[in-house]
Ligand binder design. Structure first.
Ligand code: ZN
Length: 165
């Protein structure tokens, strides 16, 4: 199942969460919400908080977001699509650029990451667009825990709200 999203400009944090889960989530804070969504290619699921947009596009490929909290918004998307943890690929995408990150040779990052990271980590990945380097760190562990809880807890149950730092 290949799922991709286009979120309007008020849903920046939700977009980042979707990217953390590995989904292609288009988001442009520079463009007006309705205008942006008009330009979206077919096939993306539109995420909106604007009634006007909802009325215009119907409900077939659109999720109307009600919650204010980004993590609750993420829950709305997961529930609406019936997503399972197996549908996600956490930490496979650059949160800033929305492109997949790729493995990179350890040798080539020697002077580009802190010494303690180079000494303790074996697996590195890089964003092809911004060149940022990623490795499995403590932040990843914490976020992964939150993601797991998100999929384990039942509908309507509250989860940790301070997940996006
Ligand atoms: Zn990037």
């Amino acid at each position: 199942m290949k799922i991709s999203f286009a979120a309007e400009k008020t849903l920046g944090k939700l977009s980042k969460w979707l990217r953390i889960l590995g989904f292609d989530a288009l988001y442009d804070p520079e463009v007006n919400g309705g205008e942006f969504i008009d330009n979206v290619q077919a096939g993306r699921i539109l995420l909106t908080r604007t009634r006007r947009v909802q009325e215009k596009h119907g409900s077939s490929s659109l999720i109307f977001i009600r919650a204010n909290d980004p993590f609750d918004q993420l829950r709305e998307v997961i529930n609406a699509l019936g997503l399972k943890f197996e549908d996600t690929r956490p930490f496979s995408r650059c949160i800033e650029c929305n492109v997949s990150i790729e493995p990179i040779e350890k040798e080539s990052v020697r002077n580009r990451v802190p010494d303690y990271v180079w000494d303790t980590q074996e697996n590195f990945q890089q964003c092809g667009r911004c060149r940022k380097i990623f490795w499995p760190g403590s932040h990843t562990q914490r976020s992964m825990e939150r993601i797991r809880r998100l999929f384990e807890s039942g509908v309507g149950e509250k989860v940790d709200k301070n997940a996006l730092e």
